[in-house]
Ligand binder design. Structure first.
Ligand SMILES: [Zn+2]
Length: 424
């Protein structure tokens, strides 16, 4: 374990002294319900982040995602504006450029909330409760607290540390992080995403989502004369049973060239998250659709996963005598899996975690999808590390421990300081 220099010790103390600010910002962000879908209160949220950034002495840039891009990529919520906020400590054209990213949208507040209302944050027993506390309004505050501390050491730094807050991560990031890198290209040398990996874990990879919808067609007829129709519901049911036996069960043991060594990097699939169709009790249904949520692992691609599924579906259809032309498979989301292949970043960052927190982090794959793929596809080496707890995200009574958010802030500050320090 490397020893901290005096300057580094002081930097961490500076971060620690911002605990109240961290709590205040986290609560402030949670209280704006940026629920997605549909993408509510985005403008209000960006204005609020903007206010905090300026108060902390950062230069701010706001990117408006064009309506056309939103309409193409988020058609269901195209009347909600999308904005990306960037903030810089140092001149933005300088190098090296260390970037921190997070998303400001949250999933809807489902379930029964007992501790507090989802958008009325409270601090209780060292934990902040509210929708987004872990995923990821608390982590956004961690980044800002780190940048505030770094700002006090500005004169010792070369290059620039920056921050972006993006919308739409919860629906794939197409009109958020993807648009940011399309616009800014390879603007940074390194990106750290502050999603809640937990302070002992670094995510160097994540699974992808291949989301499909299958429509099974039949022929409508009055229910009193069903022999004149073809029942799409019965067809779909037989197909689903066949898929469950011949595809769903086998998938986790699929052999392929996995690009990550983790035991829990397993391809999985869930059928029927959403089922639609039929119409009337007394009509033979001519159309049933069901969704397919296939999680891909680095080493697989969306196209492969989709054609693998279609082949399995066709094999079942052929066996059951269902005409292939009565089946339709539509893509809902094509989110690729992703892995960071940059040992230098991994080693340097893990060392910083160890020095800042006196613990040895482990590398893991994130089971969900992340915006990492967008940054990595823009050739920006990116990993994910954040305080908060992913197992508390997306559920009722979501919370984050203040000490974890503060620890993550220490890591961000120390990492940026080491990378940007003139004496490095
Ligand atoms: Zn998230």
């Amino acid at each position: 374990m490397a020893k901290l220099s005096d300057a580094e010790e002081n930097l961490l103390k500076t971060v620690k002294s911002s605990e109240d600010l961290l709590v205040e910002m986290t609560k402030d962000f949670i209280s704006i319900p940026t629920v997605n879908p549909p993408g509510s209160n985005y403008v209000k949220m960006v204005n609020q982040i903007d206010m905090w950034c300026r108060r902390l002495g950062l230069d701010v840039e706001i990117i408006d995602v064009p309506d056309k891009v939103v309409a193409e990529r988020s058609p269901e919520s195209q009347h909600q504006p999308r904005k990306i906020i960037l903030a810089y400590l140092g001149a933005k054209e300088k190098r090296p450029h260390i970037h921190f990213n997070g998303h400001y949208d949250v999933v809807p507040a489902t379930g029964t909330w007992k501790v507090t209302d989802p958008f009325t944050p409270i601090l209780k027993d060292g934990k902040i409760y509210g929708r987004g506390a872990s995923d990821m309004k608390g982590p956004l505050a961690s980044i800002l607290v780190a940048l505030k501390a770094l700002a006090e050491y500005k004169n010792e730094l070369n290059g620039v540390a920056s921050f972006s807050a993006v919308p739409d991560e919860e629906i794939g990031g197409e009109a958020g992080a993807r648009y940011l890198v399309e616009k800014k290209k390879t603007f940074a040398d390194v990106c750290i995403i502050a999603e809640p990996s937990g302070v002992e874990t670094i995510w160097d990879s994540h699974k992808g989502q291949a989301w499909l919808e299958v429509t099974v067609k039949g022929k409508a007829a009055h229910a009193s004369t069903p022999w004149l129709g073809v029942n799409a519901f019965e067809r779909a049911s037989r197909l689903v049973v066949c898929l469950a036996d011949n595809y769903v069960k086998q998938l986790p043991s699929k052999q392929f060239n996995k690009l990550v060594p983790y035991a829990d990097a397993i391809p999985v699939v869930t059928l029927g998250g959403v089922v639609r169709g039929g119409g009337k009790i007394n009509i033979v249904p001519d159309n049933i659709s069901f969704t397919v949520d296939r999680r891909t692992v680095p080493g697989e691609t969306f196209e492969e996963a989709k054609s693998e599924f279609v082949n399995a579906l066709y094999a079942c259809a052929d066996k059951l005598g269902v005409d292939r032309s009565d089946l339709e498979v539509k893509t809902i989301l094509a989110g690729e899996p992703c892995v960071l292949q940059n040992e230098k970043l991994k080693t340097e960052f893990a060392e910083v975690v160890e020095d800042a927190l006196s613990l040895k982090p482990s590398f893991k794959i994130c089971q969900g999808g992340l915006d990492m793929r967008h940054f990595i596809s823009a050739t920006i080496p990116t990993l994910t590390y954040g305080g908060g707890d992913s197992s508390k995200a997306h559920i009722a009574d979501e919370y984050a421990k203040v000490s974890d958010l503060l620890d993550a802030a220490k890591v961000y500050a120390l990492y940026a300081y080491r990378m940007l320090s003139k004496h490095h």
